[in-house]
Design a protein around this ligand. Structure first.
Ligand code: BG6
Length: 477
């Protein structure tokens, strides 16, 4: 491994999302959000894609987000454990529906605002820097009913009102912000990313890219508002990253890999460089996509670009143009990927590729020349507690260590990385499957897929290991 020191002040920590930890889904005035309609089990994937027949929870389904891990009532205990591990930062999201329960309410919900004040105060007590996503797979259900979610331009105004409200309220407490979590996921999971319910016969690509335009303008307006209201804050974008490798050196495969990457880079190109790239214009032309824009949209996009590039990295992807090879796909991940013969996969079929983190980080830095923040990475695995309750998760330690070594290499390559927050430092509800069994945490939560368990927290073996990594600023792996 490169003999690299992580930069002073490196923001080691963990990352979560409101809907995967808080629970209390209707408490203190909170409104229903998209994830509150996503059951565990066979119907979940249909809903993720927007094939949904009702916008109210059903009696015969189990919805993991409704209680999640009850962070809403247990945040003090959880933050104390993060502090014990030495966290420098904690990534979390604000639930839009705690602040504006219907998304378009005239005034914000004070109880919702107060909850996040309390959480930020608790973090500050331990000198943990909050890193806040304004929207993590979180669209108020009421605006889906009323406006069809992000299909509608109206969402830009509503999001601007929401973000201005939270910037004003938390301007002294939060200095790191992100606009939309994994914004490129909108193309793959339209209901999750944008509250879009697709109708029969509609031009899907037209709808998705129009919604993407609305989010991109909304994101730029949030950057503008953040810079005005909190001049000493930094605000970033957030990409579901992971480089695409060509399966062979056949130029068709190479071109296909580049095209797949551009599908994702498209969003960040706009958010970071401030304009629609040429390849996107060609794609729109070839696919009969016409983006409706206001006169000032291009100015807004150009003038209000992000300060840093936040990204998640779980896996690299691999693509082929050969139909026989294309048939051999990895399972479980929303990004279509051919099995890479050089790599293994997790229990959920996600490719494990530590070096891919170095490759992805270099690729992003070469492209944008802005600081990077790795805001998600980790191994979802089944943990089986021993008879005495301990969890010896050496597999998780091995996964993280290998990724930290490659992160160090990337830093040595000259890539500016400001922090690393591993996904789910405490076990939480899986976004894709709704399971509790898919665990990422250093902290075990006693709860199973059916909702049984005491919710008691306990430390896994990886808890002390990560504590040591942070204390040595990445030297002692
Ligand atoms: C990212 C999301 O896609 O991956 C998280 O931002 C999600 O919300 C994480 O939880 C891991 O995915 P999963 O499906 O294992 O929970």
């Amino acid at each position: 491994m490169a003999n690299t020191k992580f930069p002073k002040g490196f923001l080691w920590g963990g990352a979560t999302a409101a809907n995967q930890i808080e629970g209390a889904y209707l408490e203190d005035g909170k409104g229903l959000t998209t994830v509150d309609l996503m059951p565990i089990g066979k119907n979940r994937f249909n809903v993720l894609l927007g094939n949904i027949d009702s916008l109210t929870p059903k009696e015969n389904e189990f919805y993991p987000s409704h209680e999640a891990i009850d962070f809403y009532h247990r945040y003090k205990e959880d933050i104390a454990l993060f502090a014990e591990m030495g966290f420098k930062s904690f990534r979390m999201s604000i639930a839009w529906t705690r602040i504006f329960p219907n998304g378009d309410d005239e005034s914000p919900n004070e109880k919702g605002l107060q909850f996040y004040d309390d959480v930020f105060d608790e973090l500050r007590k331990y000198n943990i820097e909050p890193v806040v996503t304004t929207c993590h797979f979180d669209v108020p259900v009421a605006v889906i009913e009323k406006y069809n979610g992000w299909k509608n331009r109206k969402m830009v105004d509503l999001y601007e009102r929401y973000t201005r409200t939270i910037f004003n309220r938390y301007k002294d407490k939060v200095k790191y912000w992100m606009t939309f979590n994994e914004i490129n996921m909108l193309l793959h999971l339209p209901f999750v990313g944008a509250g879009i319910v697709l109708e029969e016969g509609e031009n899907k690509l037209q709808t998705l890219y129009q919604a993407a335009h609305h989010q991109l303008v909304a994101s730029a307006l949030a950057v503008k508002a953040c810079h005005e209201i909190i001049p000493d804050a930094q605000i970033g974008c957030m990409l579901a990253a992971g480089s695409t490798y060509p399966y062979t050196s056949n130029p068709d495969d190479v071109w296909e890999a580049m095209t797949r990457d551009r599908e994702s880079f498209f969003f960040i190109d706009v958010q970071s460089r401030g304009e629609y790239p040429g390849y996107a214009k060609r794609f729109f032309k070839d696919n009969n996509i016409h983006i409706e824009m206001e006169d000032w949209d291009e100015d807004i996009l150009r003038e209000h670009t992000v300060d840093y590039i936040g990204f998640s990295y779980y896996a690299s992807r691999c693509i082929s143009t050969d139909p026989d090879i294309l048939g051999d796909q990895t399972e479980g991940n929303v990004f279509a990927s051919v099995k890479n013969p050089y790599l293994t996969t997790s229990e959920w079929g996600w490719t494990i590729d530590p070096k891919g983190l170095r490759i992805t980080a270099n690729q992003l830095y070469d492209r944008y020349q802005k600081p990077l923040f790795i805001v998600e990475n980790g191994l979802g695995a089944v943990d089986i507690p021993e008879a005495d309750g301990s969890v010896n998760d050496d597999y998780r330690i091995d996964y993280l260590r290998a990724h930290f070594e490659e992160m160090a290499e990337a830093i040595e390559d000259g890539v500016e990385i400001i922090g690393y927050t591993s996904w789910g430092p405490i076990d939480l509800v899986s976004a894709s499957t709704g399971e509790m069994k898919k665990r990422y945490g250093y902290i075990y939560v006693d709860k199973d897929n059916d909702g049984n368990g005491t919710l008691q927290r306990s430390k896994k073996k990886s808890f002390d290991w990560y504590k040591k990594v942070i204390a040595s600023n990445g030297v002692d792996l």
